[in-house]
Design a protein around this ligand. Structure first.
Ligand SMILES: Cc1cc2nc3c(=O)[nH]c(=O)nc-3n(C[C@H](O)[C@H](O)[C@H](O)COP(=O)(O)OP(=O)(O)OC[C@H]3O[C@@H](n4cnc5c(N)ncnc54)[C@H](O)[C@@H]3O)c2cc1C
Length: 538
């Protein structure tokens, strides 16, 4: 029996709802024991074991669309708050744990059918429980030469990641995964079923190829939100290129970022550079390692109250004896074209003093089995190598496995890149935190972002500092005009609060929609700050 009830629901009503749901899915797919519930807690929670940790009342795992509809009708009738997850691996942003403690997790992992992959038109239609690994294996097994853009961990799902507007990598057009979805199917709170885009026309041949359909474009209502349970989604996929190569640009002097960024923007605008890429500083990376001294020179710079000057940064990076910036870029397409693109990158950036370049050999497709096995960096193959970050693998004292992400976005200018790195690192120093991975600026299209992983430990006091620092980061970001693109379930209200234009007009609008579409407020209460009326603070 569950130990945590949804707020306002008595045990009898909850038990009745669970009994009715068990009759739909089979009792083996309804989970209310403490051991089972434990699996739906957030293993990366900064409040794990604390009184305010969000704990589900249970979980239910339907196998198909009709079962989802039946469960939603039962939940709506009994006012049971439901928290749908696809593969539920949203680690760093809240895991499978609901925003509202006591919600019942709707675990869609069993709905893992790949409904269609169309090689000719380069799309796939999937159910929520299909993981990146599943899709990749299907493509390999069926010798389909399409790729899907994926995030760090390959065990997540195209659907869950896209709905949370997750990001990946090899081309900036595909890197925000929500932009690659094309049409979706969702069950509403009352069990009604809706298809968006061209999918609203029965037998539409264009559902997964033309996104907009006719009339208002409502797909956005289903991402980072709580308006429905998404049960199918189309995805545009990338055709395997003829060739691929990667090259690294190495910029020795720190202040040359002011020259490099305008050139990089030109390279993007002229369609030379089409990948999202990270801008790293190896000497900063060193500072985040365990053996870097607490009073080391990088921290001294970051503890200053004012951003250091270009000359001071140059002196630090020269003394560190490492290049100030490196950027790994990927080019894919026709061999002659990618060679010309890389040559243009070298020519345009090569005018900056002290810039050098390293390139990897070209990979030509299709690969034989042997070539595939021997290729070291397979950017087309999902993996779990991202888990090499985190306190446990790096041997931190009191390590836990986890971290929470702080993910602000800013314009792609050298001024903003330096400002963001300084101000956010400064906040962490003020909170006496070293346990963070924060070196990388990801640049794509017209924006940059730092994905800061604030590492958690088993020390409750240190985790409390992480929580306080997070709130400070959000505040400082808002003052600078840098908002997060996505946030951890625990901090959604705080981040949404910074989107306050015209007395929170945007939130007031989404609340109005919420009241109309889900009047009993049963779906993902509180997700991205949208609470149902009965739980709304005035
Ligand atoms: C080391 C590490 C590296 C990471 N790197 C990246 C990265 O590179 N890029 C990135 O984007 N993320 C990254 N993450 C975060 C996270 O692991 C991924 O985003 C992951 O894909 C999300 O989990 P999921 O796909 O299982 O989504 P889920 O957990 O299933 O879904 C996410 C949320 O979307 C909503 N949702 C999901 N499915 C539905 C549905 N069917 N209907 C309605 N609402 C739904 C729910 O609120 C859910 O909580 C990283 C995490 C770690 C630990």
């Amino acid at each position: 029996m569950s130990t945590k009830l949804p707020p306002g629901l008595d045990q009898g009503t909850f038990d009745l709802a669970i009994k009715e749901m068990a009759a739909v899915v089979g009792s083996e797919w309804v989970f209310t024991s403490a051991d089972d519930i434990d699996l739906y807690r957030d293993p990366y929670s900064p409040r794990r074991g604390q009184p305010d940790e969000s704990i589900p009342s249970g979980a239910v795992a339907p196998d198909d669309l009709e079962e989802v509809q039946a469960i939603m009708r039962i939940a709506n009738k009994h006012r049971v708050p439901i928290y749908p997850v696809s593969t539920g691996r949203n680690l760093g942003y809240g895991g499978a744990a609901p925003v509202l403690s006591g919600s019942l997790v709707l675990d869609l992992k069993r709905m893992n059918r790949i409904i269609e992959v169309n090689e000719e038109q380069a799309y796939a239609i999937v159910e929520p429980g299909v993981s990146y690994f599943d899709l990749y294996r299907y493509l390999q097994d069926n010798k389909i030469r399409l790729w899907v853009d994926f995030p760090g961990p390959g065990w997540g799902s195209p659907m869950g990641n896209a709905l949370d507007r997750g990001i990946g990598g090899y081309r900036y057009e595909t890197s925000i995964h929500w932009t690659q979805h094309c049409g979706l199917e969702a069950v509403l709170a009352n069990g009604d079923l809706v298809r968006t885009g061209m999918g609203a026309m029965p037998n539409a041949k264009t559902w997964p190829v033309f996104k907009y359909g006719l009339g208002p474009d409502i797909d956005g209502l289903f991402s980072q939100s709580n308006f429905g349970v998404v049960t199918k989604m189309g995805f545009r996929m990338t055709r395997e290129p003829q060739a691929l190569m990667s090259g690294t640009v190495i910029i020795s002097r720190h202040s040359d970022i002011h020259k490099a960024i305008p050139v990089l923007r030109q390279l993007i605008d002229q369609d030379i550079l089409r990948c999202a890429f990270g801008l790293m500083s190896p000497a900063v990376e060193d500072a985040y390692k365990l053996d870097y001294p607490e009073d080391g020179p990088f921290w001294k710079l970051m503890e200053r109250t004012e951003q250091p000057s270009d000359a001071e940064y140059d002196a630090f990076f020269t003394a560190a004896g490492k290049p100030a910036w490196t950027a790994l870029m990927t080019f894919m397409g026709v061999e002659e074209v990618i060679l010309a693109q890389w040559a243009t990158v070298k020519k345009w950036l090569g005018v900056i003093d002290g810039v050098s370049f390293q390139e990897m050999p070209i990979t030509r497709f299709p690969l034989s089995e042997e070539q595939r096995a021997n290729t070291p960096m397979k950017i087309w193959e999902p993996s779990l190598s991202a888990f090499a970050m985190g306190t446990r693998v790096q041997g931190w004292p009191n390590a836990s496995a986890g971290h929470i992400f702080f993910s602000p976005i800013y314009p792609m200018t050298s001024h903003d890149i330096l400002r963001a790195r300084f101000e956010f690192t400064h906040v962490l120093r003020r909170h006496k935190l070293r346990t963070v991975d924060a070196n990388m600026a990801v640049l794509a299209d017209r924006y940059g972002g730092i994905i800061m992983g604030l590492r958690l430990t088993q020390d409750a006091e240190e985790n409390a500092r992480v929580r306080a620092a997070y709130l400070d980061l959000v505040k400082v970001g808002a003052e600078l005009g840098y908002a997060e693109y996505r946030t951890h379930a625990m901090f959604m209200d705080d981040v949404v609060d910074t989107f306050s234009f015209n007395n929170h007009a945007l939130l007031r609008l989404t609340e109005t929609l919420k009241d109309a579409i889900d009047p009993n407020g049963i779906i993902s209460a509180g997700r991205y700050g949208v609470w149902p009326k009965y739980l709304r603070k005035s």
